[in-house]
Write a protein that binds this ligand. Structure first.
Ligand SMILES: Nc1nc(=O)c2c([nH]1)NC[C@@H]1CN(c3ccc(C(=O)N[C@@H](CCC(=O)O)C(=O)O)cc3)CN21
Ligand SMILES: CC(C)C(=O)C(=O)O
Ligand SMILES: [Mg+2]
Length: 269
């Protein structure tokens, strides 16, 4: 089955087509995602919260990420249909120096990831360049960065005022210039999502970043309504009115591709 690659996502972006990403942590769900037409799966460190039951992503280890990346890689390979691109999160503490980042990125790529994701702004540019020069593909995650959410005042929308918005746009472009192959923007006003996509060469994936990005990602448990308590504004329950997980995944992929998701009620206008 054809493998969805970074080049595939570049081509979709060039044609103005949107694509879907979902988080996956195991083989079963990951296999179904590929079959449903989800272009990319993210082995997110959100597994600390939705799989391990912790209150944050801080305690997730490289061992956890390697284990779940292997599970997901075997799962997508077993599914029918196009094989989704696998992005894996580098956990907190695994990329403080470029050398550490490269060593740990290589472990995730060895476990089956196609791209590694790191959280941060312009300060990450040297690390992104170091990995890229060594052939390790990077996704840079900006805006709300959950690993350091306490420093940002909690899980709050980022880039609300003009100066903060400009910093996120400038940082995104710096990481794009440093060689990041994907950008991921979390919890920013629609205008910031659109401005980053406008300036970036590479595909931009959003979660709570408005309708203007090239891709959209949701956490598996959120879109299946498996999470308890207060939900972020961008969350939509795709099980509502459907009787299978496969149908929920297909609906998400279709709504992202058509632009039906995100609707204004999922955005920070
Ligand atoms: N289940 C789950 N879903 C996620 O999307 C997710 C995780 N876990 N864990 C890691 C991070 C944390 N994330 C979050 C968590 C909460 C909000 C949230 O509730 N945001 C407020 C913002 C309010 C404001 O600043 O105005 C919201 O109401 O949407 C956002 C992102 C995204 N990631
Ligand atoms: C929220 C997404 C983007 C993520 O980083 C994760 O699931 O860990
Ligand atoms: Mg993450």
């Amino acid at each position: 089955m054809p493998q969805i690659s970074l080049a595939t996502l570049d081509r979709l972006k060039a044609k103005g087509k949107r694509f879907a990403m979902l988080t996956a942590y195991d083989a079963g769900f990951a296999g179904l995602m590929g079959e449903a037409g989800v272009a990319s799966v993210l082995v997110g460190d959100s597994l600390g919260m939705v799989v391990q039951g912790a209150g944050s992503t801080a305690a997730v280890t490289m061992e956890d990420m390697v284990y779940h990346t292997g599970c997901v890689a075997r799962g997508v390979a077993a599914g029918e249909g196009d094989v989704p691109l696998i992005v894996a999160d580098m956990p907190l503490g695994s990329y403080y120096t470029p050398e550490d980042a490269a060593r740990n990125a290589a472990r995730l790529l060895g476990a089956g990831a196609n791209v590694v994701k790191l959280e941060g702004g312009a300060w990450l540019a040297d690390t992104v360049r170091f990995l890229t020069e060594r052939g390790l593909p990077v996704c840079a995650h900006l805006g709300l960065t959950p690993q350091t959410a306490d420093m940002l005042g909690g899980y709050k929308v980022q880039g609300r005022d003009a100066a903060a918005a400009k910093r996120i746009v400038d940082d995104s472009l710096a990481l794009d210039a440093a060689g990041a192959r994907l950008l991921l923007l979390e919890c920013v006003p629609d205008a910031v999502g659109a401005a980053v996509r406008e300036g970036a060469r590479v595909p931009v994936i959003g979660i709570g970043a408005g309708p203007g990005t090239d891709g959209q990602v949701l956490v598996l448990h959120d879109m299946l309504n498996v999470t308890r308590g207060r939900k972020a504004r961008f969350v939509k329950n795709y099980m509502a009115g459907r009787d299978s997980v496969a149908a929920a995944f297909r609906a998400f992929a279709e709504e992202v591709e058509s632009g039906a998701y995100p609707a204004p009620e999922h955005c920070y206008g």
